[in-house]
Design a protein around this ligand. Structure first.
Ligand code: SF4
Ligand code: SF4
Length: 168
């Protein structure tokens, strides 16, 4: 029996994680978007991973992942454009007070305060539509495109009506 030595992520990865707002596993490796369906994609569009930055791997797996990551990134160059999510954050500049709470809450680094106009701005290519900023915004300035509060309330109302009909 041959035991392998423990493998830890490189400490230098921290600066990349902070800069690109990447997700990590509890043991500090990079976290792919989905272990089976998107094993070389990060949750942030256009960022790919391969090899031991995601978990301990042998050379064969690392090469296969490297090829997959290279192919995935080529799609953007071939198409010359990228698709974005339809339900993404939208800031109402009339209501925004520039408090910055949403920027701190965004896990993808999609928000940045416009220091001159003192309003929040959204990088639509980075936003993943998680809704975190909507929940924390004190003035109601941050909302979701194509997924308004009234739609959520209508869904809740429909569900509660079904619940009461089933109970009676
Ligand atoms: S919806 Fe989520 S990803 Fe998009 S800006 Fe708000 S917190 Fe960030
Ligand atoms: S939390 Fe709301 S009010 Fe504060 S900066 Fe963000 S969008 Fe503007």
């Amino acid at each position: 029996m041959v035991l392998g030595v423990g493998l830890k992520p490189n400490k230098g990865v921290e600066s990349v994680v902070d800069m690109l707002k990447l997700s990590k596993t509890p043991d500090q490796f990079l976290l792919e978007a989905h272990p089976k369906l998107r094993p070389v994609d990060m949750a942030t569009e256009g960022i790919y991973i391969a090899g031991c930055c995601a978990s301990p791997k042998d050379i064969t797996d690392s090469i296969a992942q490297g090829k997959a990551a290279a192919s995935g990134s080529l799609v953007y160059f071939v198409l010359g454009k990228a698709k974005i999510e339809p339900a993404i954050c939208e800031i109402n500049e009339e209501l925004c007070i520039g408090c910055g709470r949403c920027e701190d809450a965004c896990p993808f680094g999609a928000l940045a305060l416009d220091e001159v106009r003192h309003v929040m701005t959204v990088n639509e290519a980075v936003c993943k539509g998680c809704g975190g900023c909507n929940a924390i915004c004190p003035s109601g300035a941050a909302t979701m495109k194509h997924y308004r509060d009234r739609q959520v309330y209508a869904q809740i109302e429909a569900l509660t009506q079904i619940g009461s009909a089933n109970a009676s």
